[in-house]
Ligand binder design. Sequence first.
Ligand SMILES: [Zn+2]
Ligand SMILES: [Zn+2]
Length: 293
Amino acid sequence: MVGRHPTAQILAVGEGRYLIDCGEGTQLRLLEHRRRFSTLRVVFISHLHGDHFLGLFGLLSTMSMQGRQEPLLVVGPWGIEQMVTTVNLHSQMQLGYDVTFQPIDTEAHALVYEDGLVRVWSLPMRHRVPCAGYLFEEQPRRARLLKERLPAGLGAAELNQLAQGRDLPPDAATGRPAVQHADVSVPAAPPTRYAFCSDTLYQPDLAELVRGVDLLYHEATFLDELRGRAAQTFHSTARQAAELAQSAGVKQLLIGHFSSRYRQIEGHLLEARAIFPATILASEGLEVTVGDK
Ligand SMILES: [Zn+2]
Ligand SMILES: [Zn+2]
C-alpha cells in the first residue's frame, strides 16, 4: 500500500506477514483495508525519514493494547531502537511483548533476516540519510514427486526420503532396484523474489542486485523533466525506475512515492511504460500477487 499516503507495504508469504516501512497512519490504513497486523513477524524500515517510520509508534502500542504477546523484530538503520525506546520512556508505554531491534549496515548487500519462509537481503540505497532497500526471496521449494513414476509398494519412510530429495538404495528384500530422485520428480520452480527499493538516487548498478526479480518496487518521486531536482534531493524519476527495471530484466515494476506536487500520477505511468511496459502504479490498498501462488 503505497501512494499519496506515506509508505507502508504488507508482504504475505504463506502464513508469514511482514511489514515494509511504516509511514504515519499505517495502522489506520491497515484497519481501513481490513489487513490484520496482529500476526506481523517482522517490520523492515528503510530509513528514518518520517514518511517511512512515524507510524511505528502507534502500531507498536496498538498491538500491545490488542493483547499481542509474540515477540516482534524490527530491522532497520541504526537509530530506530533509540527512537522507539525514547518515545516509550517518555510516554510511559510498556509494551506487552518484546521488541528486538536489528540494526543493519545500509551500505552493504547482506543477508539480514531468515526464517522458514523467506530470506531477506539489504540493498544499499543512496539517499540523504542512511537508507536500505530489501530483497525478499522465498525459501527454496522442494522438487515435486511424480506419483506415476514411483515404483509400487514404497513405504512412508522411503517416500519421505525421496520427498527430501534423496535417492533410494536398492532393496535386496523385495528386489526393488535403486530409485534416483531425479527420475521420479520435477524440479521445483525458482523461488519468488520481490525487491523493495525505497528512497534513492537513481543507481544503474542496482540492476545487478535485483536481476530478474518477479516484482521490483522502485520509487518514482518525480517525472523525468525534473531529473535535476531528483538528483539534488536523492530521489528518482519514473523514467529512471523504468530504465532500472529494463536493464535488470525484472518481470514487473511497481512505482510509487510520488511527490505531492503532482495532482495526477498518470504521467508517471505513461513515462515509465514507454520504457518498461509491465509497470503498475502503487496506489492505496493495491494488492499484487507475485509468483505462481
Ligand atoms: Zn526519504
Ligand atoms: Zn520518502
